[in-house]
Write a protein that binds this ligand. Structure first.
Ligand SMILES: Nc1ncnc2c1ncn2[C@@H]1O[C@H](COP(=O)(O)OP(=O)(O)O)[C@@H](O)[C@H]1O
Ligand SMILES: [Mg+2]
Length: 353
């Protein structure tokens, strides 16, 4: 009897390490291949054990109170947005096992970064999305942002890795990863959030922020999809600001000087201030310069020469400029962007050849 118990114990231990998860709902999931790994934990592909062999993806947090709390917050957000029928990943089940929180999610095809690389080009220019597909991305992400922003919730991490392809014919995407979402009332000025290349100027300059930061990120994502190149590929926060200045602001000598001052200060103290360090005094001077008039002609020409040139390229460039307004109060809202001519353009009939 004792031997059988030990055998069963060993067997269940093996199954647990092989990735058997048991939900209190009675459902069992066998996890297999890891498809995503981050500071929160990991995402693995899974199959339901039993007669229903449905395929899922399971996002599992690390063990530990902070990770568990964050995972529960993400699952609450997902439940709210699922109930609003927004195009976000469907949450099927969530439970705790061995001190970790597991979110059982609808399995999606590929995130936009992986999808863009499947073209297999060797240079750093990835697949260029036809504007028809870009329109499907912008429509669905805007629907999610409109719903979230209406509830005063900010996603804070809109980027290609957090937008996933649901189907390719027709081309449809869903938004994932609500692990960093935050209610506006809990936002604190000076917080250093978002992923650098998609980080809004007000975050780089450590100012108050609003849901408008998500629109900035989406503008950066759309440029990347339509041209195959990252819009602002900064290696640190000063370079990020410098790239934004070069692309969107007039060549103001004082502004260039202020950015150089920052760079010198950071170079002098590589170990002291973190990469994200911004001196508050210099940052307020920079902020007033950044909030000045924009110079978008070069940017518009750049979009029109790099994107696929179709009838909708001009309205697309116009929408991008409205999303990439440096002043968050001037930036288009999700609601208004959904009414922009680029989104209202009819789908052309399928080509005959
Ligand atoms: N539902 C899903 N189906 C398939 N792959 C997924 C799914 N959710 C996430 N992934 C993959 O795992 C990666 C990390 O998941 P994400 O929720 O963004 O976690 P993190 O907080 O680490 O960014 C995604 O970029 C994507 O490639
Ligand atoms: Mg993510």
């Amino acid at each position: 009897m004792k031997k059988i118990c030990l055998l069963l114990l060993a067997l269940s231990f093996n199954l647990a390490s092989a990735g058997l998860l048991e939900s209190p709902s009675g459902k069992k999931y066998m996890t297999t291949e890891i498809v995503g790994q981050g500071s929160f934990g990991k995402v693995t592909l899974a199959r339901e054990v039993g007669p229903n062999t449905a395929k899922w993806a399971v996002k599992s947090s690390h063990a530990g109170d902070d990770y568990r709390t964050a995972a529960h917050i993400e699952s609450n957000f997902l439940r709210v947005f699922n109930s609003m029928s927004l195009p976000v990943v469907h949450l099927e089940d969530s439970f705790e096992q061995s001190g970790q929180v597991h979110l059982v999610l609808e399995r999606l095809e590929s995130d936009l970064t992986k999808y863009q690389k499947t073209d297999g080009r060797s240079n750093d220019r990835s697949r260029i999305f036809p504007l028809q597909e870009v329109r499907q991305v912008v429509r669905n992400v805007l629907l999610v942002l409109q719903g979230m922003h209406f509830k005063d919730i900010i996603h804070t991490d809109i980027k290609p890795e957090n937008i996933m392809v649901q189907s390719t014919a027709p081309f449809r995407v869903k938004v994932i990863d609500f692990g960093n979402a935050i209610h506006k009332d809990n936002s604190e000025s000076g917080e250093y959030i978002q992923t650098r290349w998609y980080r809004a100027p007000e975050i780089l300059l450590r100012r108050n922020y609003t849901p408008a930061i998500d629109i900035w990120s989406l503008g950066c994502v759309l440029y990347e999809l339509a041209t195959g190149q990252v819009l602002f590929r900064g290696a640190n926060s000063i370079e990020q600001l410098t790239l934004i200045q070069k692309m969107l602001l007039p060549n103001d000598l004082y502004l260039v000087h202020l950015l150089k001052e920052f760079q010198i200060m950071i170079d002098k103290h590589p170990e002291a201030p973190p990469e994200e360090y911004i001196d508050p005094f210099l940052s307020s001077k920079l902020y007033s310069k950044f909030m000045g008039p924009m110079e978008t002609t070069a940017f518009e020409t750049d979009v029109l020469t790099s994107a696929e040139l179709t009838d909708d390229a001009v309205p697309f460039a116009d929408l991008l400029i409205q999303m990439l307004q440096i002043d968050p109060d001037q930036r288009i809202t999700a609601e208004d962007a959904l009414r922009h001519p680029f989104l209202r353009m009819p789908v052309p009939p399928a080509s005959i050849d």
